[in-house]
Ligand binder design. Structure first.
Ligand code: ADP
Ligand code: MG
Length: 478
């Protein structure tokens, strides 16, 4: 189809000017729905992609359209339920040049580890976890699970740096960011990212010795090696790796002999410019009883602090994971999930899977109702949450002074936040209308009734308003 070819050309150019993570997250599953002199309509999978394209990439898209001979008066984004996907070769070749902003900043094109044209890097999240793929010809590959891919990783503010660094390391292992050290809380994607790097490198360099191991397992192997007097073999195995990926390195704490052994392994690899990738739940300096020399080794490359994904990213993750099951969730439900589970993506995934399984068995469409009944997530309300905190948080969110929100001003950019604050007081604290009015410095309680009513109606229609409220809530309950 002509439209399709045209759109592929546009995407091809866009891909060259944004990072790979952003391309995959925001552009990959878009299509050209309509193309006339007046209007170009771009089909997108959900509201988040729509908003992001409108807000952040509008100019880039218009410019790229123009370069391809399209100068419509209006570019519109439309949410289409099923975005045509072409998982086969054209797609794969489009994504063959995995460069990131991050990597481009510093060095020229890849050298020794250049991507070969046939690189099967594009194992996407759609593929089921046990579908062929990685062949376990070497026992030392066993640690890698092919379900973890960079394509299947949703990039947002909390993890974009880590993502970009992993991408750069996958492009040119051993050249910079060595060691790459990712740290952060549970269930935020550390294992996913470092495994994805291992998978890419394994696919690119089938003969290289790419080792992934969790520190727990590493310690166990070492203990066995000591017991069976096989420490030389153990050392030999790990010190000859081309890439060594060690997950949850904090488990080395307090194990002196292991630290000694790991120090030498580290040095051997580092001196030979072999890539080392490490994850932990905290930065090296905070790992108790970690020898200073290991702390300094670990901090000697690139350390990245990963945070729990923000609300928007959690929504995108939930949507992406559902899509991988061939299911499109409606926005309310996605937001409910993203709100119910705020820090641990593993739990978010668990909740989603539970919901999808429940619905599949009963042949129901997933809905907010089912989810809230099923998941029964009790958002714990801090007892100390006060009206004042809600008002302050709301004012802060909209970047206006608290005095204004409770004061006499009637400007629109004050009135709306004030109404939101009233809505929050009603919903979060169940305050009476007269009390709500008083808290906001209004004499008449009917103002409070109207305000709560208005926001209640608008929140159903306006995604940005919903998002604002979610964010305020998130801060209140953080
Ligand atoms: P950690 O190692 O930090 O504890 P994991 O990497 O095991 O966390 O992530 C937990 C689960 O959440 C995994 O199934 C992973 O695929 C998923 N996950 C986490 N972050 C993301 C993300 N940004 N995009 C997609 N999936 C994610
Ligand atoms: Mg992990």
């Amino acid at each position: 189809m002509q439209e399709d070819a045209l759109w592929q050309a546009v995407l091809g150019e866009i891909e060259l000017s944004v990072s790979r993570g952003n391309f995959v997250t925001w552009f990959k599953n878009t299509s050209l729905v309509k193309n006339s002199d007046e209007t170009v309509v771009i089909g997108v999978a959900n509201i988040f992609i729509k908003q992001q394209l409108e807000r952040k990439y509008g100019d880039l898209i218009s410019q790229t359209l123009a370069k391809n001979g399209l100068s419509p008066k209006l570019v519109e984004y439309r949410i289409v339920s099923s975005v045509p996907s072409s998982p086969s070769s054209p797609e794969a070749s489009r994504h063959r040049s995995p460069s990131t902003d991050f990597a481009q900043d510093s060095e020229g094109p890849a050298e020794s580890f250049q991507t070969s044209p046939a690189t099967p890097v594009m194992v996407t999240a759609k593929k089921s976890s046990n579908a062929g793929g990685l062949t376990l010809t070497h026992s030392y590959r066993q640690g890698l699970n092919e379900r973890y891919t960079l394509d299947g990783f949703v990039v947002g503010g909390s993890n974009e740096l880590a993502f970009a660094a992993c991408q750069a390391v996958a492009d040119r292992p051993g050249t910079k960011y060595n060691p790459l050290f990712l740290y952060g809380g549970v269930g935020i994607g550390k294992t996913h990212l470092i495994q994805a790097v291992g998978n890419i490198l394994t696919a690119k360099h089938p003969d290289a010795k790419i080792l992934y191991i969790s520190m727990e397992q590493f310690v166990q192997e070492f203990v066995d090696a000591l017991r069976f007097r096989k420490t030389a073999a153990f050392a030999g195995h790990y010190r000859t790796a081309d890439v060594l990926i060690v997950d949850d390195v904090q488990f080395i704490a307090g194990k002196e002999k292991m630290q000694e052994e790991f120090f030498h392994t580290f040095n051997a690899l580092h001196q030979a410019n072999k890539q080392i990738i490490i994850s932990a739940d905290k930065p090296p300096k905070d790992i108790p009883t970690l020898e200073d020399r290991l702390k300094s080794r670990f901090s000697g490359g690139m350390s990245i602090d990963m945070q729990a994904p923000d609300f928007e990213t959690r929504c995108a993750i939930a949507q992406t994971k559902a899509q991988a099951h061939g299911i499109a969730l409606d926005r309310e439900l996605v937001e409910y999930l993203a709100n119910s589970i705020q820090t641990n993506i593993r739990e978010l995934e668990g909740a989603l899977n539970q919901l999808l399984a429940y619905c599949e068995v009963r042949n129901l469409a997933p809905s907010l109702n089912i989810a809230s009944g099923l998941l029964n997530v009790n958002r714990t309300r801090p007892k100390h949450l006060s009206a004042r905190q809600i008002i302050e948080r709301t004012a802060k969110h909209f970047q206006i002074p608290v005095e204004d929100i409770v004061g006499p001003k009637r400007d629109k950019d004050i009135v709306v936040p004030r109404q939101v604050a009233m809505y929050m007081l009603r919903n979060e604290l169940k305050l009476s209308f007269p009390k709500i009015a008083r808290e906001l410095g209004r004499k008449d309680h009917t103002t409070a009734i109207h305000s709560v009513d208005k926001i209640d109606r608008e929140v159903r229609l306006d995604a940005t308003l919903r998002m604002a409220i979610s964010e305020i809530r998130e801060h209140l309950y953080a």
